[in-house]
Write a protein that binds this ligand. Structure first.
Ligand SMILES: C[S@@+](CC[C@H](N)C(=O)[O-])C[C@H]1O[C@@H](n2cnc3c(N)ncnc32)[C@H](O)[C@@H]1O
Ligand code: SF4
Length: 370
């Protein structure tokens, strides 16, 4: 059996902007406090991004999605934002359907929103986490509820029609009534898309270093979140992602869940590429002043596991009409069948997917496949 890709083009690009105005207690993403005295390092970082992109030659000529994430991309000032957009604009063409940037409420300004709009960015994803002011403080955010709502309204005024918000649950001291409050704000604001994650206690986060333990109420909040969003008309299409309409699902993230190829640029960014007909995971290791792309060969079996690990996150599951997915199924058939017998997985309409029970224990299912 030979490794084949669903699509050998790189259709997606992830761009990492590592700067943040502050560091939230739960976060272990690759980020640094934005240097305020020495602006040059930010321009140097952007110059390095440009060089890294140029090294791809014509392999980025067919990008369908671009995602600028962080860190906090919106913490760049206007001039820095223009420079960033100027670099990325070379990769936007008629293939490009979705172009997203991540924002934090405290750094949203009308000027920056106009720059994004004038530079082809058509999807905004703003991290709010919770609408409860005391919880926001407890998790180390520097914006309050009003700033988040004002920023959201400004985004709509400027004319963006594809807006996502990030929320978190299972935060310390969070109660069912906080989730109800968040749902009420969603009802009022109607974001097109929501990513609502359960807190993951990360060892390298500030809380992780303090040896905080995650509160164990996951399941109750899961039910509240899922039921509440369904009532508001949101369709859950991935474990933690919901959209109001089909066309507002995150195409960029779907490409990860489908194990498509993507390039990642910037410190800490990872990618998934084919070089000389072999699959490689890439990761940019180092610090934001100097990093290097490392390549890790992905074996056939590891690739199939990745197809299952990523694809089972989708509520619709893995399409078994696609050849590569069929191979992945075959490679793990015996163990998949054991999970089907336990009613954790099912095959329906030629898709392998988690049952309702299985969705709550996906990690355990994946471990059982190994
Ligand atoms: C890494 S942040 C980058 C975007 C932006 N700086 C922000 O704060 O929203 C992307 C999202 O990841 C989620 N996130 C970060 N750390 C998390 C954790 N430990 N557990 C669950 N979700 C987390 C948050 O919802 C956050 O909005
Ligand atoms: S959650 Fe966002 S703002 Fe907070 S530290 Fe992480 S990347 Fe920075």
């Amino acid at each position: 059996m030979k490794i084949q890709s669903i699509n050998k083009n790189i259709n997606s690009l992830y761009v990492h902007i590592p700067f943040c105005e502050h560091i939230c207690f739960y976060c272990d993403f690759v980020k640094v406090k934005k240097p305020t005295k020495n602006e040059k390092v930010i321009y140097d970082y952007l110059d390095n991004l440009e060089k890294e992109l140029l090294a791809y030659g014509d392999r980025l000529n067919h990008l369908q999605t671009i995602y600028i994430g962080g860190g906090t991309p919106s913490c760049l000032d206007e001039k820095q934002t223009i420079r960033m957009c100027e670099i990325l604009n070379k990769y936007v063409n008629k293939c490009t359907i979705e172009y997203t940037i991540e924002l934090n409420p405290e750094s949203v300004t009308k000027e920056k929103l106009l720059i994004y709009k004038n530079n082809n960015i058509n999807r905004l994803s703003m991290g709010i986490q919770t609408f409860d002011n005391s919880l926001l403080k407890k998790v180390g955010r520097i914006h309050d509820n009003k700033e988040a709502i004002d920023a959201y309204k400004l985004i709509r005024q400027v004319g963006f029609d594809n807006v996502s918000i990030d929320l978190m649950y299972n935060l310390f001291d969070q109660e069912a009534k906080n989730i109800e409050t968040d749902l009420n704000y969603i009802k009022e604001l109607k974001p097109d898309h929501i990513s609502w994650y359960s807190l993951i206690m990360k060892e390298k986060s500030i809380w992780g270093k303090l040896k905080y333990k995650k509160p164990s109420k996951d399941e109750d909040f899961d039910i509240l979140v899922n039921k509440g969003l369904k009532k508001l008309g949101y369709v859950r299409y991935e474990i933690s992602n919901y959209s109001l309409k089909d066309e507002k699902k995150s195409l960029h993230n779907i490409s990860y869940w489908n194990s498509d190829l993507f390039a990642g640029v910037g410190v800490g960014a990872s990618g998934f590429e084919i070089i000389d007909n072999k699959y490689y995971l890439t990761c940019n290791e180092g610090n934001f002043l100097s990093y290097k792309k490392k390549y890790e060969l992905v074996s056939e079996n590891d690739f199939y596991f990745q197809v299952l690990m990523m694809g089972l996150r989708l509520i619709g599951g893995i399409n078994l009409e696609i050849e590569i997915n069929k191979y992945a199924y075959k490679a793990y058939e015996e163990k998949i069948n054991e999970n089907i017998n336990k009613n954790f997985l099912e095959v329906k309409d030629n898709h392998l997917k988690c049952t309702e029970r299985g969705l709550n224990i996906l990690n355990e299912i994946l471990v059982s496949l190994l």
